[in-house]
Design a protein around this ligand. Structure first.
Ligand code: WT7
Length: 653
């Protein structure tokens, strides 16, 4: 299906196992048969330790206790930056492609090292110590990446919050993790528009109880004096010393927290630790993307998401490659921005999201064809299922039928790619729109939601169920910050002895895996994960709303969009149109712009079971126009609401 350039040979990719294994299958078999030896040998050769570990794996999926290399010591920033200085200090570590491309810049390993040291000294001067949590509200770019690595250098735990989130979402995350310090920015620029983050920073700083200080990096002048109540980050970095020793960390010390949505409750702060996470980042980017140190790796995600952590910052830098930070918009100044960037820097791997690919493919091939993309070898996709049309477009048009297309399945919780067509034997087929294979050391189990047990799979058989994993791997999350109970309930209790992803999947006759989607009330809008409960909470906080159910429905570009069904309180003078636009504004302001529902229906009742659970499945069927597939409604507390909702939805079309 996908043509391959001649391979460099299997064993050169795995110096650890040269002479022992000579094929992908043999190594995969070794990795799941002798798991500890596999990870242990890779950890020794790929990471630089101040104290090498004696133990490899002390994890137990039954109890949800995950520990790797627990007696080892190292520093993650050292592994990503310092250790590359002797061999290639003057090679670009980071290319910062800014919205205004004339301001873009390349930063060498030497320069990045110096900047991180200065940044780390600023953190220390502002009272940050090992183990303290630091909130980062910065876009992808030099400051954002350096802020993360500066925390890692001194053992502080970073929590990056996507700059698309509101003040309320930001301050909730700051307080939940007891962050002492906030690193923020006043303005940023996206798609030629200036985005004002100032008011969000002021509001969040006022609201957050745990914050001691806010340091602001300024992109504009301080005409109105607003910065005076904060610390000027740029000035302090400029004045700081460029020498900063690393702090030795235990392998299991937390490296960062990252918030993500679940099906209920507030977003949860997943905790990733130092050595295991870094090893998994280093290995997946190297083997899934065939990354060489001389490559320019462009993952166009923001650092506000796990993809930005693993595949913009930690993974490529741990390999000593050049990472590209894409700090613009794919349509700015035209739909060729990605490809212009690839051509400009001779990008070798490009990693993006289906939602952007779907948008671009509609705008025509000239935007691709007018650029020289011959440097590209691998094109990745992440965040949601990629449809065959988008996959084929990437393969034929962007990749000129010469690149591997890797659909990578993983999650905030997994730290890095778990399922993907590569690695595999060179030349092995890649099926369009399928994540296909397990990474080394990863073992899939498809489970039956009814019995909680694994469904046995044999070659030639096709099975479907809950996507679980029956072996621990170094990159997996260790806990939910401050709520280990929720961690166990969500991931370990549903299928004892296994990690449960929350997704459904099919395993086909050849053993390849396709994702069927979430099995819980999590939706995915343009690759951004949201709990329907989070949107419902905001809508219900409106004075005129008594109750709401939110569902995700398929959307051609965004993958999914949110649709809300709200019951209004009875008031004589209610103007429904006004309420509708107030509700949209409320979600944009209190959660995030991307979370705003596409449609809001005002209904008189919701389909609930007698125990009060909202049957979102029925709302999904109605929204999809599949009225005849609604099924039995007699178990509902009030079956008549279904007809009323159908009339509303059909009437509105
Ligand atoms: C959820 C995780 C992984 C980084 C970005 C998202 C969905 C992710 C794929 C894919 C189908 C995918 C899953 C998963 N998802 N990648 N290749 N094919 N679905 O991380 O925000 O933690 O979301 O995204 O439903 O559970 P996240």
């Amino acid at each position: 299906m996908s043509d391959r350039r001649p391979s460099a040979g299997f064993s050169t990719k795995f110096e650890e196992f040269q002479g022992e294994v000579d094929s992908h299958e043999a190594l995969y078999k070794y990795s799941i048969g002798q798991t500890d030896e596999f990870w242990g040998r890779c950890a020794m050769s790929r990471l630089s330790w101040t104290q090498p570990p004696k133990t490899v794996n002390a994890s137990d999926l039954n109890s949800g206790e995950i520990k790797w290399f627990q007696d080892g010591k190292l520093n993650v920033c050292y592994n990503c930056v310092d250790r590359h200085l002797p061999s290639h200090a003057d090679k670009p570590a980071l290319i910062w492609e800014r919205d205004d491309s004339s301001k873009s810049r390349k930063v060498t390993y030497r320069e990045l090292h110096e900047y991180i040291c200065k940044f780390a000294n600023v953190l220390k001067a502002n009272g940050v110590q090992k183990g303290d949590r630091v909130a980062i509200y910065l876009p992808v770019g030099l400051q954002g990446a350096a802020a993360m690595l500066a925390c890692a250098r001194i053992g502080a735990v970073h929590s990056v919050i996507f700059t698309g989130f509101s003040a309320e979402a930001l301050s909730h995350r700051i307080d939940d993790a007891d962050c002492k310090l906030l690193l923020a920015q006043d303005y940023t620029s996206r798609g030629g528009k200036t985005i004002n983050l100032k008011q969000i920073v002021i509001d969040a700083a006022n609201k957050s109880k745990s914050l001691k200080k806010t340091l602001v990096y300024s992109e504009a002048d301080n005409q109105d004096g607003w910065l005076d109540s904060f610390t000027d980050l740029s000035k302090q970095i400029e004045d700081a010393s460029s020498e900063c020793p690393i702090v030795e960390m235990n392998a299991e010390d937390p490296l960062f927290l990252l918030y993500t949505s679940g099906s209920t409750g507030k977003p949860k702060g997943l905790v990733h630790t130092s050595a295991g996470y870094l090893l998994y980042a280093q290995m997946t980017v190297k083997h899934v993307f065939d990354l060489e140190p001389s490559d320019v790796f462009a993952c166009v995600a923001d650092i506000g998401w796990i993809t930005g952590h693993t595949y913009v910052v930690y993974g490529p830098l741990a390999n000593g490659a050049t990472t590209l930070c894409f700090d613009s918009h794919p349509l700015f100044p035209n739909a060729g921005r990605y490809w212009e960037t690839v051509a400009k820097y001779h990008v070798t791997q490009f990693y993006g999201a289906p939602t952007a690919y779907r948008m671009l493919l509609r705008l025509g091939n000239e935007f691709v064809k007018s650029h020289d993309l011959s440097s590209l070898r691998v094109i990745g996709s992440v965040g949601e299922p990629i449809n065959v049309a988008a996959w084929t477009w990437l393969h034929e048009i962007v990749g000129n039928s010469k690149c591997d297309i890797v659909d990578t399945w993983w999650q905030t919780e997994t730290g890095g790619n778990l399922l993907t067509p590569r690695p595999s034997n060179q030349g092995a087929e890649i099926k369009p729109g399928m994540a296909m294979r397990q990474f080394y050391g990863i073992e899939v189990a498809i489970c039956d939601p009814g019995t909680g047990k694994e469904i046995a799979w044999e070659a030639g058989q096709k099975i479907e169920g809950a996507l679980c994993f029956k072996k621990p791997w170094p990159g997996m999350a260790r806990t939910i910050y401050g709520n280990h109970k929720r961690f166990l309930e969500t991931y370990y209790n549903p299928y004892p002895g296994m990690y449960f992803s929350g997704d459904g999947a099919v395993r086909d006759e050849d053993g390849y895996v396709t994702i069927t989607g979430r099995m819980d009330d999590v939706i995915n809008i343009s690759g951004h994960r949201l709990g329907t409960a989070e949107i419902e909470d905001v809508l219900n906080s409106h004075l005129s709303v008594s109750e709401t159910a939110v569902i995700g429905i398929p959307h051609e570009i965004k993958g999914e969009s949110a649709v809300a069904f709200s019951i209004l309180k009875e008031k004589a003078d209610l103007n429904q149109e006004n309420v509708r636009s107030e509700l949209i504004q409320l979600v944009r302001g209190r959660l995030a712009k991307f979370a705003a529902p596409e449609k809001i229906y005002f209904v008189t009742g919701l389909p609930k079971t007698r125990s009060g659970k909202i049957m979102r499945r029925i709302l999904r069927k109605i929204s999809a126009g599949q009225i005849d597939e609604i099924g039995d409604v007699t178990t509902l507390a009030d079956p008549s609401v279904v007809q009323l909702i159908i009339q509303k939805v059909v009437g509105a079309k």
